[in-house]
Design a protein around this ligand. Sequence first.
Ligand code: SF4
Length: 278
Amino acid sequence: MKIELASSYGFCFGVKRAIEIAEEHKGSVTYGPLIHNKDEINRLKNGFNIGLVEKLGDLKKENTVVIRTHGIPKNELAILKQKEHKIIDATCPYVTTPQNIVSKMSEEGYSVVIFGDKAHPEIKGVVSYAHNAQNAFVVLEAKELDALPLKLKVAVVSQTTKKPEDFAKIVTALMATHKEIRVFNTICNATFENQDSASSLAKQADVMIVIGGKHSSNTKQLHSICERDCTHSYLIENEKELEANWFKNKNFCGISAGASTPDWIVQNVIKKIKEITD
Ligand code: SF4
């Protein structure tokens, strides 16, 4: 079995940075998972005593709190400050950018359209930076725009992990109805790079393995791109989920990994595929 890794895969700049920040603050706690990868969170817990707290009320006064890569809502940050926790901000700078844009544009009187998943932590954080909550709207599809009470001036940003072509559909639809549109392409390059290289590898591979958290929007999107280019594409969190029958009568296995997947998991997967196919 020929096994090949995508030319760009795995940890992005923002995740590497957040992990380094956490490692430098042994004994701290993260509010919400630092990244979308359970195995890496366990490694931080076992090796660096980094705790995880899901609810603000569960934090102890003495806790040093690390803010996760995808940020938190503005009001929650204010509560942490009020409670005088020591705060270590590991929010990815590519996520801070749309937060700042939403804040600025809403202050300048623009309606703000945010292309993304309402339930995603990054988007919950970004939308919270609008000065007027009634004037900031999260949409996933262009058809949702018709029902919105948008002002004539509209600013639009995207969730960092969305596909550019889908963001373009939102922008195009806004152009049909609005004269002044400020477009901020807040999709991050790490997503493009991993997606492009996974796509070109998937086109050649007989079977494609995508490694990452099943709740990670970034990994799910990588998987859907691979499925488009290679019918036999599978999304796994670690080597334990590999199934021998996926590799029957296949010669070329491509591998990619989401932006929150550590390299040691990728290496474990490669090792297990070799064992299965030997
Ligand atoms: S995928 Fe992009 S926005 Fe998200 S953490 Fe990584 S570098 Fe930051």
